[in-house]
Design a protein around this ligand. Structure first.
Ligand code: MG
Length: 381
């Protein structure tokens, strides 16, 4: 019997690639639900090749036709339905949190591509998965790589997780030249085709900072044992170092359909998902240590992660706001991490962590960034 999949974020980049995988392996997967944030027409178009599929639009941008449900409660119900084996969380950012928790509590296999879910509420999500008997399966390319490197290994023999970072669009630019970079320049990612926000996060290395927090929750490894190395070719997707001195790495093309298919199939390898990496054609691979002066986002993310509780949620929300300000020319590139750091360090955490306190911390952080934004255009004085 095929794995019955609910797709959260069906109209985004991950969602489109997941639909491609599901369509190509009809004996393996069956689409039993699709959820989009706003775009009703795009959702109908994306799911059309699959025949009638239950659909939910969380906050529709137009009238919803017969058969399309509306609202976050409907999205959560679709994720928790008995007729689903696996929920792929492929978009939605913070809005994916509620439906993800519903899937965890219902004991579904939860394939996670949306890192915000674990960054914001890792403690809550992991507890919900444990309580519901749900398995959290990584889809983010680095975490999928680590998951593959860890298979069959004794967790006690892991020395370090090694996350690779492309270094983004400005790896070779001097600190001074970084001051004046534009949003258009920041959106040129050397190896992966992604949305604007994550592409900026790659250039600041905040994306890797968020992934360190994600790895902490997915693999229950303490922060000091999660290492980051710059690897401009993005061929090694990540690696694990073991106590005997061996490092196991996973390599492949930068194509998200590989980790998506592996996660949906519960770790089983399907034939010909993507083209294999021709090592002779790749030629050289480069690795270098992260420069902490150029990339302060990494230490900041570790600090937020170590403090725990709602601190990572504050980091995530403040970063979203600061990146949005940069993309609309209201904040210079080099000020993104400065503003986020000032908000993270000003945060006074609540006594306990719950979904409510996390949502409140997220809201507080967004307001705190707004208060710190320059009123005039920031770039060029
Ligand atoms: Mg990644």
């Amino acid at each position: 019997m095929p794995t019955r999949v609910v797709l959260l974020g069906a109209t985004g980049s991950i969602g489109r690639q997941a639909l491609d995988v599901i369509r190509r392996y009809p004996g393996e997967f069956e689409l039993v639900g699709a959820i989009a944030g706003r775009r009703v027409d795009a959702l109908r178009e994306a799911t059309a090749p699959f025949g009638p599929v239950p659909m939910v639009v969380v906050d529709p941008d137009g009238p919803t036709p017969y058969g399309v449900a509306v609202g976050p409660a409907a999205a959560a119900a679709l994720c928790a339905q008995d007729g689903a084996d696996c929920v792929l969380v492929g978009g939605g950012g913070a809005a994916a949190l509620g439906p993800t928790l519903a899937a965890c509590r219902a004991g579904r296999s939860v394939a996670l591509a949306t890192k915000e879910v674990l960054v914001m509420a890792g403690e809550v999500v992991v507890a919900a998965a444990l309580a519901g008997g749900a398995e959290l399966v990584p889809v983010d390319s680095e975490h999928s790589a680590i998951w593959q490197c860890l298979r069959g290994e004794d967790p006690l023999t892991v020395r370090r997780l090694i996350l690779t970072a492309s270094g983004g669009a400005f790896l070779r630019r001097g600190l001074e030249a970084l001051q004046g970079v534009t949003a258009a320049e920041a959106l040129q990612h050397p190896t992966w085709q992604m949305g604007p926000k994550i592409t900026v996060d790659c250039a600041t290395l905040m994306n890797k900072g968020l992934e360190v927090i994600e790895a902490h929750f997915l693999f229950a490894v303490p922060y000091p044992q999660i290492h980051v190395v710059v690897h401009p070719e993005s061929a090694v997707h990540s690696a694990v170092e073991f106590v005997d001195g061996t490092t196991v790495a996973q390599l492949g093309h930068a194509d998200m359909r590989a980790p998506i298919a592996l996660a949906l199939a519960g770790g089983r390898r399907l034939p010909q998902v993507v083209a294999p990496l021709e090592l002779g054609a790749v030629g050289q691979l480069h690795f270098e240590a992260v420069d902490p002066v150029r990339f302060p986002a990494l230490a900041l993310a570790r600090r937020a992660g170590e403090r725990g509780g709602a601190h990572p949620a504050v980091l995530n929300a403040a970063n979203e706001m600061a990146v949005a300000a940069f993309l609309s020319d209201r904040l210079p590139f080099t000020e993104i991490v400065t503003v986020v750091a000032s908000v993270v360090d000003a945060f006074e955490p609540p006594a306990s962590v719950s979904l409510e306190t996390i949502v409140a911390a997220d809201r507080w952080a967004r307001e705190a960034v707004r208060a710190r934004l320059p009123t005039a255009v920031g770039r060029g004085g």
